[in-house]
Design a binder for this molecule. Structure first.
Ligand code: ADP
Length: 446
């Protein structure tokens, strides 16, 4: 139980410090992904669309102009650098903006343009002449709510009379007040308090209800029930929209339970492969040799960025410290940082302030960043229950979706017989050779 765990933590203080970082929670992964990504993931798959009501027409658009948006919003969309709708937006936006409103369930992997789509719908539906909440968006966590809010603020930068309020921890309102903002973005517990317990706003007047990251939402204890309780208070005319990156049966059940008569839009995930990645390995028996390889690689990175994966926090911070001492800039992301600090580190890396990011497994599923051209496995990924090669994590670290023939580079540091075995297992698993590189040859890899 909790007490026992805390005791173990205290007693085994040092050991805990040297632990490998567990994979981040679903909410954190989703957050990191949002922060670190710069652009859209284009998809090679076709959309699948289902609707319960065969009478409802389905349109798709190839431009934002075709949507008859308010001019300030169209200007905002272009100011964000969006030229044309993404694949999912082409079909989702006309339905999201249709009159009479239609309910929607949309599923596609992170980075395909869902948030931008529903934020545009949220902003479009607001009647600025009415000073009460008309749009409500539920997010699973404080940080994710803020991310969505930032997109809304950017997109509405020219619609200055639109206002937004966060219903998240730390936000307080005096008893008896009425919220006059048009849009509320918040977490389920707080929204339930504000809407139902304190009646700071009228849930019956909500015209658009968005449930974002439904898969992450239902992974959090209590969020599912809270979301349903909120939904039950809405008027019959309210447009209900649900978005999810995954769509297994638990998400599907929840979605179809909470969204009546939806249009369902799904876009299959792009598979990651190692096919367009050049893979190398370098023999380095000691930490010093490993360090030398890394230092050599610094000389090679002229464009793009690199991520270095270490097995433990201790190695990661040792490496970061040593590199910094030797005058190489790098960023360190590890499990001991608070979520806020991790966001800071990722922000800087995404903006290119550091070329190299050193991390443990916290990030391995979260990264999906085009500008990362080199992935270095300082330690090869192993399953810590049996010490065998962890091919899935390897793929997550180095793999890319095969689009546009973007090439990447993976360098694996091998420090002994055991890791050589792991390397061989990985090589045969993916059926693609991993080429030996002498440390002195590092400059030849490009
Ligand atoms: P999701 O919600 O599916 O994760 P987002 O809406 O956050 O996807 O979009 C992913 C990234 O692509 C963001 O950086 C966003 O600014 C960008 N983006 C979204 N729509 C477009 C578009 N139509 N054109 C260009 N970039 C876009």
């Amino acid at each position: 139980d909790a007490q026992e765990k805390s005791l173990i933590k205290q007693v085994g203080g040092l050991e805990v410090e040297d632990k490998t970082d567990e994979a981040a929670s679903a909410a954190e992964q989703s957050l990191f992904q949002k922060i670190i990504r710069k652009g859209l993931i284009e998809s090679t798959h076709d959309l699948e669309i289902q609707r319960k009501d065969p009478k409802s027409p389905l349109f798709s658009v190839k431009s934002f102009e075709a949507l008859n948006l308010k001019p300030q919003l169209l200007k905002g969309v272009y100011a964000m650098g969006f030229n044309a709708p993404s694949k999912i937006q082409e079909s989702a936006l006309p339905t999201l903006l249709a009159d009479p409103p239609q309910n929607m369930i949309a599923q596609s992997q992170s980075g395909t343009g869902k948030t931008a789509a529903f934020v545009l719908a949220m902003l479009s539906r607001v009647d600025q002449s009415k000073n009460y909440p008309q749009v409500l968006c539920l997010s699973p966590t404080y940080e994710l709510a803020l991310q969505t809010g930032e997109v809304a603020l950017k997109m509405s930068q020219f619609a200055t009379d639109l206002s937004l309020r966060y219903a998240v921890r730390g936000e307080e309102i005096a008893r008896g007040s009425n919220i006059t903002d048009h849009i509320i973005i918040g977490t389920p517990g707080k929204v339930l308090d504000w809407g139902l317990k304190f009646r700071f706003f009228d849930l019956k007047k909500i015209k658009v209800f968005v449930l974002d990251e439904a898969d992450v939402m239902i992974a959090t204890q209590g969020h599912q029930d809270q979301s349903i309780r909120i939904q039950k208070q809405l008027s019959r005319e309210c447009q209900i929209l649900l978005f999810s990156a995954t769509y297994d049966s638990t998400v599907m059940d929840f979605a179809e339970n909470i969204v009546p008569n939806p249009v369902i839009i799904q876009l299959r995930r792009e598979e990651e492969t190692v096919s367009n990645i050049s893979q190398y390995w370098v023999q380095c028996e000691t930490p010093e040799l490993k360090y030398t390889s890394i230092a050599n690689i610094y000389g090679v990175i002229t464009v793009g960025q690199a991520i270095i994966f270490c097995h433990t926090r201790k190695t990661a911070s040792w490496l970061a410290e040593k590199l910094t001492k030797d005058g190489h800039t790098c960023a360190l992301l590890s499990g001991e940082l608070s979520v806020g600090d991790r966001i800071g580190v990722l922000d800087r890396f995404r903006d290119g302030k550091e070329k190299i990011l050193i991390t443990t497994n916290v990030l391995s599923r979260g990264i999906d960043v085009e500008q990362v051209t080199i992935v270095i496995n300082y330690d090869l990924p192993v399953d810590h229950t049996n010490g065998k090669a962890d091919c899935e994590t390897y793929l997550h670290r180095i793999g890319r979706t095969g689009r546009f023939g973007k090439r990447g580079l993976a360098i694996n540091l091998v420090d002994g017989e055991k890791s050589m075995e792991v390397l061989h297992d990985i090589e045969s698993h993916f059926g693609k050779p991993i080429v030996k590189l002498d440390t002195e040859d590092v400059s030849e890899i490009e």
